[in-house]
Ligand binder design. Structure first.
Ligand code: SF4
Length: 125
């Protein structure tokens, strides 16, 4: 979710493409390329049109084609990075959440044990 920009870019750039595009001037077919699947998720209609046209006519290269996908993933990460930053800046927030969770769990355990004892007719005073 908060994978570094470098790592996202590296992964997308190393993705396989339409095997027919061996050289930059070989035309390709987006539907035979896994990068196209990501364009379906991250790109608007104008960009998808640019990909289809550019790929089929060898008007764009695969590296060029992958850049909007990289940008789209990074854009999607922005709110997650922002939310996480608050906890990175102040780790005591995380410790408090964990402590809170532990206290709640203890409470549930106490209640459950009370129910169990009651059901068994055991009472401790
Ligand atoms: S131009 Fe884009 S869609 Fe076409 S083969 Fe390359 S990466 Fe895939």
């Amino acid at each position: 979710m908060r994978e570094s920009e470098e790592s996202v870019a590296k992964k997308v750039k190393s993705m396989p493409t339409d095997p027919a595009r061996v050289r930059r001037n070989d035309p390709g077919e987006p539907t035979k390329c896994p990068v196209w699947q990501l364009h379906q998720v991250y790109s608007n209609d104008a960009c998808k049109e640019w990909v289809q046209q550019g790929c089929r006519t060898a008007g764009i290269g695969c590296i060029e084609c992958k850049q909007p996908v990289i940008d789209g993933i990074l854009r999607e990460q922005v709110p997650m990075r922002e939310r996480a930053q608050m906890y990175l800046d102040d780790p005591t927030l995380v410790k408090n959440i964990i402590a809170d969770g532990c206290e709640k769990a203890r409470e549930y355990a106490r209640e459950t044990m009370r129910d169990v004892r009651e059901a068994m007719g055991l009472e401790y005073h």
